[in-house]
Design a protein around this ligand. Sequence first.
Ligand code: SAH
Ligand code: SF4
Length: 440
Amino acid sequence: MNVHDSEKVRGTLIQKGYQQVHAVEQAGLVLYNTCSIRDKAEQKVFCRLANFKKQKAAGKIFGVLGCVAQHKGTEIFDQAPHVSLVCGSASYNDLPALLDRVEAGEQRVEGLRLDTDDTFETPLTRRDNPYKAFITIIEGCDKHCSYCVVPFTRGPERSRSSWSVLEEAERLATQGYSEIQLLGQNVNSYCDPSATGMDFAQLLAAVGRVSGIRRVRFTTSHPRDFTPDIIEAIDDNPVLCDQVHLPVQSGSNRVLARMEREYQREEYLECIRLMKHARRDIAIGTDIIVGFPGETEEDFEQTLSLLDEIEYDSIFSFKYSPRAGTPAANYQDAIPDTEKSRRLALLQEKQRRIQLRRNSALIGREEEVLVEGRRERSGQWIGRTTQNRVLNFSAPRADLSELRGSYCRVRVTGSGPNSLVGVLVAKEAAPAFHGFRILQ
Ligand code: SAH
Ligand code: SF4
């Protein structure tokens, strides 16, 4: 989501007449987009800002955008006095006006309002990838998970109208994009503000019908709002990818209740059961937090047993990080960092073995991949399957311009925990290259 926000901010700046450069040294204006989901991410911002400090003398203007800007607010001006602008994502529509003030020489310009029903839509979005595009469909979050800073940094939930989403999808298709990823903190709560009144499953199905779009993904889903019609939509249209990311956070009902996730293990497992019974072979991913305050060994064992029960295709796992202002930051029963690290290592090792097993079961299968690039050293092409697995493959005699951006059929010949390897079976002509930077 941050990557896509940066793409939209870039478009906004280009519309205002700025040009993009590739090194801080060449820039007159440096905007630093930030994440505050965990403390480590936030610490990085201040290290990076300290490195930039000397450049203020060279007449550069510095701004901090995103969740750290929103969370720390004007404190940033005190901590990093060379910063002239702080702006959270809920105020990005104000960026052009805020930048005018900064350019006019104002020192401490802030865009920190959260009481908004705006979504950030830009006439120009400068995308990094020429084949795969993000589209934000919903911003903010109305949930109140006790560990999470997002509701404080991204404001309340605001859905974008379905016509605007579909118009963007159609425009992207005519520009040569073939894969779309719908974005939101909780895409399942999507609620079309226009008269069409679509819900998420209807919007997903409608984007899947846009001519020229061959793949649609979405992230991220909340188990509480995950409905069977999403799976029906996937079953009905092969354009909707065989992949669902459904963050569980913990396998223990006691921890889930303290996290205020609004579901129990059994309800979550019911969503998984629906996916596993779909006609399509849906790859399932999740997010897990270990070491939440009060998480006992038994609670943790329940998370491990959930991995065995579900056999996820991929997980993102994190040590709990206390965030100021969230209810869990005041919980007294913190888990020591060494113990969090031990649990994280155990969890990741279990998952590594599961992925090894699941990936090796794919050997011999033929997969369609979107070709994303080529590894310079090995000469192998990098493809991605509908299940979002990386499939590196060899394709004798094909050169770079022939495959990038095209869809190929590849036979899987080997596997590791995080990727597959294979050989090209058949290729399609690549769409005409239409500008912007090619992925390395
Ligand atoms: N809206 C998404 C999550 C966005 S944040 C959802 O509800 O699923 C992405 C992930 O970061 C979360 O799923 C969670 O696993 C992790 N996360 C959020 N806050 C955290 C914290 N305080 N400490 C550790 N991990 C956290
Ligand atoms: Fe954070 Fe929960 Fe909202 Fe996800 S649903 S962004 S974890 S508050």
